[in-house]
Design a protein around this ligand. Structure first.
Ligand SMILES: Nc1ncnc2c1ncn2[C@@H]1O[C@H](COP(=O)(O)OP(=O)(O)OP(=O)(O)O)[C@@H](O)[C@H]1O
Length: 771
């Protein structure tokens, strides 16, 4: 039989449809001249009977739209022979989003990255349509096609514009009914399926509801509102969607006539991260809202989605709670904001977070004030930032796995067997992912131990280095202190000896200087003593830390890397083999279901496969619960015991750090008071010098001393052993001048000393802040 059909420019084969809709069949075809592959939508006989403008609508709408997220129309022609209208579109061989969700590994929702692509692409497509005043009115996964871009990433495009409508504005009412019941806005649902009064009007916001149901389906693999009995229980469905409390995003009736289980949260098995759930749940709440008081308009929706899409994701692993976090953060936010967001997802407050990336503290690796858009691209799920809790808390409970149960019923018909195999495949794929996660997380715990030890050792050696530097500084300061006090004392003595004791002003100045000197000695010696004591304590503590922990590598020794699943156990590979087998059985059961008149042999094989299917399910359950989970729990316990010890070491190092800070503070004060003393010393001596200089006669000031006299001792002059009274006077004045010169020189030394102290103080504050 010839299965080839054609239009003026296209040919298609009707034996292999790409898909079937309520009004059409879609086939793969080719352009007769270019050979380009296309999708040809051929309308059913019933659809051909519709009014002309309805038939033309899909074509007219598609012609107006040209966007990356809308399936492009290539042509509209008539089938040769029948004259039936056909629409020719860009082909995808990757099916619709509905087909994607039917794949066993997506049965509980798409992975987060893919979910975000769907969210972005569908929203972009709808936004473009809104800008052209068009509403779709039949948004659902089956009407979103998946293409694969040149970079291998999915591109989702809206299709099926048979129900689309041109509207002037968002609030323009219309009465016609379109859509698919599970995705219908409650008002439309009521009119279409419960025969409500005919006059009911709708607005373009019905698309927002359908988007809500579609995105929920994509996030969880399930519909949000499910009455017992599904499509047969329409009254209940309507009751669920209209009676639900505001904010409720899920309502399921599990047993006939039973209660509805409501939820304002996404279900636990949903694979989206807690970080994304925080952002997306409010979007679901507003989209799945029938009360006009709380519903969003399109712009609200577009803004919220755009806000989610543009965020940067920072991956964080927290070994204490065994959680991999995805922190969604605005690109312009900084480290403080990141810490606040981490605190929201964990019970670790910002101040208690110890964040380590690439073996160093995050604050040293990225500038704390820099926006996160500049953070290294290398922060990934398997190379995350490690977040430790500085505060010691009791061991939390090991997080329960979101286990999906395998079906227990041993179905009796081929159709039921297929259904059971499909459910087993979905659960098998889910558990396979879980086993993979268990393996990744256990490796991350091992790595977190390594990075923690590495960072702690680094921290301790930093303290030791700091202490060495500080100790050198301390020695310098002590030396300066000694020099200063000696200089001070020496000059005091000289002035006392050389100045005219009759001069009451100088006498008063001298007394003041004397008093000041005694205060200086007392103060600096006291501080110096405190510094010595504290330095001694720090040295001891550091030595103990080094000897007891670091040199003996206690932390490394206390950690046993072989606790937990190891790569030798090959858990991931094992579960993969079993799941592949389950998927094969499902495929086999799909074929069996379609078979008419199975032979005895076929039946025996089917029986064997069925037995193997349930055996395989048990194998996965046992591998997961008896092995992976048990091992992971053991490792989790070990981590907490180990962490207690490492916490004690860190606590000690923090204590030493505190002592060093105290010491740094003392040193800073010491430098400050030395510097003040220098200043005062300079000032007071200056006054003294001026006073003494003033007491010399002009003539004496201009005499040049014979050099040997300069060498004479002060005592010689005082004892009067140097000659006549006049000569004595002359020599005395000469000596006074030379001492004055010495004092001037010393003043310069004091100035230099003060400058040195100033730079010392800067060094100290720098070190102070580096601690
Ligand atoms: N361009 C295409 N490339 C590949 N497959 C396609 C394409 N367009 C449609 N299909 C397949 O055909 C199916 C039916 O298409 P479509 O939804 O447009 O038909 P319909 O009759 O309008 O359906 P309904 O009204 O029930 O939604 C789609 O779900 C998809 O699987």
């Amino acid at each position: 039989m010839n299965t080839l059909r054609g239009s003026s420019h296209y040919l298609w084969d009707v034996s292999k449809p790409l898909g079937q809709g309520a009004t059409s069949m879609v086939y793969k075809g080719r352009n007769k001249s270019s050979g380009e592959e296309v999708a040809v939508k051929v309308f059913s006989r019933a659809a051909q009977m519709r009014p002309h403008e309805v038939q033309m609508r899909e074509f007219d709408v598609m012609r107006k739209l040209a966007h990356r997220n809308i399936v492009p129309l290539l042509d509209a022609e008539e089938e040769q022979g029948t004259g039936n209208k056909v629409i020719v579109m860009q082909l995808t061989e990757h099916g619709s989003l509905f087909n994607v969700l039917e794949e066993p590994h997506n049965a509980y929702g798409l992975p987060e990255e893919e979910f975000l692509i769907v969210l972005e692409h569908v929203t972009c497509g709808v936004k473009y349509m809104r800008e052209h005043g068009i509403i779709h009115r039949d948004i659902k996964p089956g009407n979103i096609l998946r293409y694969i871009g040149e970079d291998g990433r999915s591109v989702y495009k809206l299709t099926d514009f048979g129900s689309a409508k041109q509207v002037q504005d968002e609030e323009e009412p219309f009465m016609s009914l379109y859509g698919t019941e599970e995705y219908l806005h409650p008002d439309m649902y009521e009119k279409a399926l419960l025969r409500a009064p005919d006059k009911k009007h709708f607005t373009s916001k019905v698309d927002l509801w359908s988007l809500g149901v579609t995105f929920f389906h994509v996030a969880t693999g399930e519909l949000p509102f499910k009455p017992f009995g599904g499509r047969n229980n329409r009254e209940k469905m309507f009751e669920i969607t209209t009676r639900k409390e505001s904010g409720v995003i899920m309502g399921v009736q599990h047993i006939e006539m039973g209660p509805i289980q409501w939820s304002k949260e996404l279900p636990g098995y949903c694979r989206l991260s807690a970080g994304l759930k925080l952002l997306i749940t409010p979007v679901f709440a507003r989209l799945l809202e029938s009360n006009p008081k709380y519903t969003w308009n399109f712009d609200d929706f577009f803004d919220h989605v755009a806000n989610i899409i543009k965020k940067r994701v920072i991956h964080v692993f927290c070994p204490h709670t065994w959680t991999c976090l995805k922190v969604y953060i605005d690109a312009e936010n900084n480290l403080t904001n990141l810490q606040e967001l981490i605190a929201k997802q964990t019970d670790i407050q910002s101040t208690s977070q110890l964040l380590i990336f690439d073996g160093q503290l995050l604050k040293d690796c990225v500038q704390p004030l820099l926006p996160v858009c500049n953070y290294p691209e290398g922060i990934t799920e398997t190379n995350p930032i490690f977040c430790f809790d500085r505060d010691f808390k009791d061991t939390p409970l090991f997080p329960p796995p979101p286990i999906r149960e395998f079906p227990k019923t041993k179905a009796s018909s081929y159709a039921e067997d297929y259904k059971a195999a499909k459910a087993c495949s979905a659960t098998g794929c889910y558990m396979e992912k879980e086993v993979e996660w268990y393996s990744i997380k256990q490796d991350l715990v091992r790595r977190s131990v390594q990075v923690y030890i590495h960072e702690l050792y680094h921290e301790c050696s930093h303290l030791a280095d700091y202490n060495k530097f500080r100790s050198k500084n301390c020695d310098n300061l002590t030396q300066w202190k000694e020099t200063f006090l000696q200089m001070f004392q020496h000059e005091l003595r000289m002035i006392k000896v050389l100045t005219d004791t009759q001069d009451s002003d100088i006498g008063a100045l001298l007394r003041e200087l004397n008093q000041f000197y005694e205060e200086c000695v007392r103060d600096v010696n006291e501080t110096s003593r405190k510094i010595t004591e504290l330095s001694y304590e720090v040295e001891n503590e550091l030595k103990r830390l080094q000897d007891d922990h670091l040199n003996k590598k206690i932390l490394k020794k206390k950690w046993n890397d072989s606790v937990g699943c190891s790569s030798k156990d090959r858990c991931v590979q094992k579960v993969h083999v079993i799941v592949t087998q389950i998927l094969k059985t499902k495929q086999q059961f799909g074929e069996d279901r379609r078979k008419t008149g199975a032979t005895f042999n076929d039946e025996q094989i089917h029986k064997y496969e069925k037995h193997r299917l349930f055996e395989n399910c048990i194998k996965i359950e046992s591998l997961f619960s008896d092995h992976c989970q048990t091992k992971a729990k053991e490792q989790f316990q070990q981590f907490h015991v180990w962490y207690r010890q490492s916490w004690e070491i860190r606590y000690k190092s923090e204590q030493i750090e505190k002592l060093l800070l105290k010491l740094a503070e003392l040193l800073e004060n010491f430098v400050r008071s030395l510097s003040q003393m220098c200043l005062k010393y300079k000032g007071d001596f200056e006054r003294c010098i001026t006073r003494i200089e003033a007491s010399l006669t002009r003539q004496e000031r201009h005499q040049h001393p014979p050099s040997p006299l300069m060498q004479r001792s002060v005592s010689e002059i005082m004892m009067g052993s140097a000659g006549s009274r006049d000569e004595l006077k002359r020599m005395r004045n000469i000596l006074i001048r030379s001492v004055l010169q010495g004092l001037h020189d010393n003043q310069k030394v004091a100035g230099d000393l003060q400058q040195e102290l100033h730079s010392q103080s800067e060094d100290l504050s720098q070190l102070f802040s580096s601690l």
